[in-house]
Design a protein around this ligand. Structure first.
Ligand code: ADP
Ligand code: ZN
Length: 732
């Protein structure tokens, strides 16, 4: 229990926050034996029992005689004050009701299961005097399994007897009944094990991070360095320091596929595996980790963004690896940025944050510029001699038919690498075979029935797939619009189509495609990655998942098929995202002793972003991009909130949108402006019509309070839904 938590004697009024969609706390009487503030409890609600947390003192208004009592206190570590504050503040920031925050923080099954201990049964030393057939079977089963412990259910089933037979044997002393913890602690990590001898800049960076940890205060550091500069090696030093101090550490990774390699490195260094938290972890393991995190028995956790809501007992360090990665923004349910919330959590916990990346987000870059974050740069790339050389291929002068995407220049370079037994990577950020299917008779483009989106042909799956809602259907024989037969044709390339072209040009090459939809499981994907890393492919074709941290030692050439792809559209981060992605992908080329080459196919080689990428002047790019955003008053120099209204009819969505736009007094009071309503870029998803508004405010403005007052004037009617996205990352 936290030092400042309050204790409520039996019968005292307590306010309980439940995960039920209620807009208030419920008041109960404290149970027999009393309870601590923060205790996880089960309370009666109507005919049901629901889980909740004792949040504080209850209201005094009610008739005491009518108050129901807390049913029981759960056998898990109480919620700490820091956690309650964290949930409250994330809820305030993202305009999320507290009950929904509590749900996010208790996403592990079986937390209400009463005992954290369970009874197990082992063979005793005494033989029963009166041996029945059933008793003999129980003893036989136990003997055949050696000294193993059984639960009552397991034992009764294995022996084919009722549980009373086992209980009878316990009374006679023939079977021993013991208490055993349900969820075991995670193995200790040996923090004193030395890491690799560090290069000078690595050592300086590690020392700075460790000094910060020892200070025991909050602080955030941008750790910048190209792929392979040793960022992981450096933050491992900070993890070791944190563990040595007896505090817990959390490492967030943007993708499950990266955890396997990281786990191996932790095991090699600290002698045991850390705890894992992501969608691929079993329910039992989730519950174990949730409990152990609260008891301080999970020293190091590696996970996806939601690991941030684990009830750590004493979190001292949060590493956000690849901090610029867009997957850190949760795009449904509670809309939050795990990177930003990591900083918030650390500031409440007197913990340290390390934001590691080769290409920082502009937000992080600007925070470092402003001195809010420290910044450490790993200058020298560890091992490899040089960064890849970058060149543009001017597609305006290449001789290439319209349905081909690998230019003669790029082909020549791939050919050259194959002769040297080196790998080439072709990067195209488009899954599937072709993004558009068009009817050559009438011009109709096949769209999704439920969304305002075109269906993407996936030949591998032999289907058309909507990338918005996931709906898929077989490729029709005739045009759905004019019914012409055999006239449907693919337009534009996806990775599958690119692979087809490459196989045609290089029939002798081993071609591997890396795209998230081609693998049934994380294991299959991992196998493919290992195959490539081991030299099992000559040409790799991949979507943006290849940009993320996999090491391919034989890779010396990267070809970006369409460098202009990300530059289109109205997204305010289009330039930043393109810059990051292409820099990251290019960084895959060349390691150790073989210098790499990155070739960018582009129709606009003079575009400022393309020029910045080619020149390698990263700081110049950030400064120019920052100046532009500053002039426009957009993030990180201004604030944005996206409002999406969805409804089953366009009218209903616009009715609420227009009403909001008219009633903007609460926004104007703080100088914020509202734009819209307008149909969202994807105006229909899963059959629901979508309308957007955008709120823009100055940086210092108390935007959330104004938004609350503004939106609070209306209650969405019928099936109309409204969601608020603070600091939106995507604008679909
Ligand atoms: P990053 O996280 O910046 O991509 P890593 O920490 O993964 O870089 O380092 C890249 C590779 O170089 C890894 O295989 C790592 O073990 C190795 N490495 C980094 N620093 C050192 C060092 N000081 N001594 C030996 N190997 C190192
Ligand atoms: Zn759809």
């Amino acid at each position: 229990m936290s030092a400042d938590a309050e204790f409520f004697d039996e019968g005292a009024r307590v306010a309980v926050l439940t995960t039920q969609p209620l807009d208030r706390m419920l008041t109960y009487r404290a149970p027999e034996g009393g309870c601590w503030q923060g205790a996880f409890v089960e309370v009666p609600l109507g005919p049901r029992k629901v889980m909740g947390v004792v949040w504080g003192k209850g209201e005094t208004g009610f008739d005491a005689a009518k108050l129901r009592a807390v049913s029981r206190v759960l056998d898990v570590a109480p919620m700490r004050r820091e956690m309650a504050e964290f949930l409250t503040r994330v809820g305030d920031y993202t305009l999320t009701p507290l009950h929904q925050m509590l749900r996010l923080a208790t996403r592990a099954p079986g937390l209400t299961d009463p005992p954290s201990m369970r009874k197990v049964y082992r063979l005793g030393h005494i033989r029963p005097e009166r041996m029945t057939e059933a008793r003999a079977r129980v003893i036989e089963v136990m003997e055949s399994y050696g000294g193993l412990a059984f639960t009552l259910g397991e034992l009764a089933e294995a022996a084919g007897v009722s549980s009373s037979v086992v209980k009878g044997l316990v009374k006679l002393g023939a079977v021993a009944e013991e208490e055993s913890p349900r969820d075991l602690p995670y193995p200790r990590l040996d923090a004193s094990a030395p890491g690799k001898p560090l290069a000078e800049d690595q050592a300086a960076a590690a020392a700075a991070l460790c000094a910060g940890l020892r200070a025991g205060t909050y602080g955030t550091t941008l750790l910048r360095g190209v792929t392979g500069s040793g960022k992981t090696e450096v933050y491992m030093e900070a993890v070791a320091e944190c563990l040595a101090m007896g505090r817990q550490a959390l490492v967030l990774l943007p993708e499950i596929a990266l955890t396997a390699e990281f786990l191996k490195r932790v095991e090699a260094r600290f002698g045991a595996r850390p705890a894992e938290w992501h969608s691929g972890v079993t329910m039992t393991e989730r519950r174990r980790l949730w409990r152990m995190a609260g008891e301080g028995e999970a020293p190091l956790v590696v996970g996806a963004r939601s690991a941030l809501y684990l009830p750590f007992r004493d979190l001292g360090l949060i590493v956000v690896d690849e901090e610029h990665d867009q997957s850190y923004k949760q795009e449904d349910g509670v809309l939050y940025s795990a990177r930003d919330m990591a900083v918030l959590r650390a500031s409440i916990n007197a913990a340290r944050v390390v934001l590691a990346t080769a290409t920082p987000s502009l937000e992080t870059w600007a925070n470092a510029e402003a001195g809010k974050y420290d910044r450490l740069d790993l200058v020298a790339r560890f091992g490899p001699a040089v960064l890849p050389e970058m060149r543009a291929i001017d597609m305006r002068v290449e001789d290439l038919p319209g349905n081909r995407w690998v230019s003669p220049t790029l082909q020549a370079h791939i050919h050259d690498r194959m002769g040297k037994q080196e790998q080439s990577l072709l990067f195209l950020n488009r899954r599937g075979y072709a993004p558009v299917t068009i009817c050559r008779a009438c011009g109709h483009q096949i769209g999704c029935d439920h969304c305002d989106a075109r269906m993407v042909e996936h030949r591998f799956l032999k289907r058309l797939v909507c990338h918005q809602c996931g709906e898929s259907k077989p490729m029709p024989e005739t045009c759905p619009s004019c019914e012409a037969e055999g006239k449907l044709a693919p337009v534009g390339p996806g990775v599958e189509r690119l692979a087809e072209e490459v196989r045609e040009i290089f029939p002798e090459a081993r071609v591997a495609v890396l795209s998230s939809d081609l693998f049934a499981s994380a294991r299959a994907l991992k196998a493919q990655i290992e195959l490539i890393a081991g030299g099992g492919a000559d040409i790799i074709i991949g979507t943006q998942m290849v940009a993320k941290g996999h090491n391919f030692p034989l890779l010396t050439l990267v070809g970006v098929i369409d460098a202009d792809l990300g530059l289109q559209g109205s997204d305010l981060r289009a330039a930043e995202k393109t810059f990051q992605l292409i820099r990251q992908v290019a960084g895959r080329a060349g390691r150790v002793d073989t210098p790499g080459l990155a070739l960018l196919q582009t129709f606009q080689p003079e575009h400022p972003v393309i020029r910045a990428i080619l020149s390698g002047n990263e700081e110049g790019f950030w400064r120019a991009e920052a100046a532009e955003r500053q002039a426009a008053g957009v993030p990180p120099y201004g604030r944005l909130a996206g409002i999406v209204i969805s409804a089953s009819t366009v009218e209903a969505a616009f009715d609420l949108g227009n009403a909001l736009a008219r009633a903007d007094a609460p926004l104007r009071r703080v100088g914020a402006q509202v734009f819209g309503p307008a149909p969202a870029p994807i105006a229909r998803i899963r059959g629901r019509h979508r309308v957007r508004l955008l709120v823009k405010a100055d940086k210092g403005v108390a935007l959330q309070a104004a938004l609350r007052a503004w939106i609070g004037q209306f209650t969405p009617k019928g099936d109309t839904r409204l969601s608020v996205d603070i600091d939106p990352q995507s604008f679909y």
